[in-house]
Design a protein around this ligand. Structure first.
Ligand SMILES: [Mg+2]
Ligand SMILES: [Zn+2]
Length: 198
């Protein structure tokens, strides 16, 4: 059993450059609901951590954001997926809060409030800032190539000192987790792949 942190936009649902402002604009990515259900079925604890600066900018009301999260959780529960809590940073991009990713505040707060086991926790996201937040919280990270992922992979993978696991999408990320491969460090995984391919 592991703690699985998941980013929202670009991982669970389609990213929108102008923010998902209401439930009508919320579109699940193919397979994401079933992937979350598979994590629940396997006994993992799931927490969503999302930056929603559109609230501070006045583009999304707090009520609309909460409505989106209520409906998202209900739609997940319909297929057997349980997200314990959604943490959202609603502060502005330059507010300097400790919760806006790449800072790890939401993950650390969740860990405290929900008494999460962080020893083999993983953060699945589509943005380099998700990877940075996870690494800053001392956990493993996995970049999915949906949402901003493919662009961020091209931009950052070769230039970061501590690369992250990569998965095609949430379904693929969950397959890796169900095989226990997320508990490998990235260098372990590279050594393993090198050994197998010799
Ligand atoms: Mg995202
Ligand atoms: Zn914040």
């Amino acid at each position: 059993m592991s703690t699985i942190f998941i980013d929202r936009d670009g991982v669970i649902n389609e990213n929108r450059p102008d923010y998902v402002k209401n439930w009508d604009e919320f579109r699940f990515l193919a397979g994401s609901r079933e992937a979350i259900a598979a994590l629940t079925k396997a006994g993992h604890r799931i927490v969503v951590c999302t930056n929603q600066a559109g609230v501070a900018q006045g583009l999304i009301s707090t009520g609309a954001m909460e409505d989106i999260h209520r409906r998202m959780l209900a739609a997940l529960e319909e297929v057997g997926g349980v997200v314990e809590q959604v943490y959202a940073c609603t502060h502005g991009k330059t507010a300097g809060c400790d919760c806006r990713k790449p800072r790890p505040g939401m993950l650390l707060r969740a860990s405290r409030e929900l008494d999460l086991d962080m020893s083999d926790a993983v953060f699945i996201g589509d943005s380099i800032t998700d990877m940075q937040a996870g690494l800053a919280a001392g956990i493993r990270t996995m970049l999915v190539l949906t949402g901003l992922g493919i662009e961020h992979y091209r931009q950052y993978y070769q230039h970061t000192n501590r690369p992250f696991h990569v998965a095609l999408n949430l379904k693929h990320a969950v397959e890796i987790i169900l095989q226990g491969m997320h508990t490998f460090s990235v260098s372990d995984q590279r050594a393993l792949i090198a050994a197998i391919s010799q």
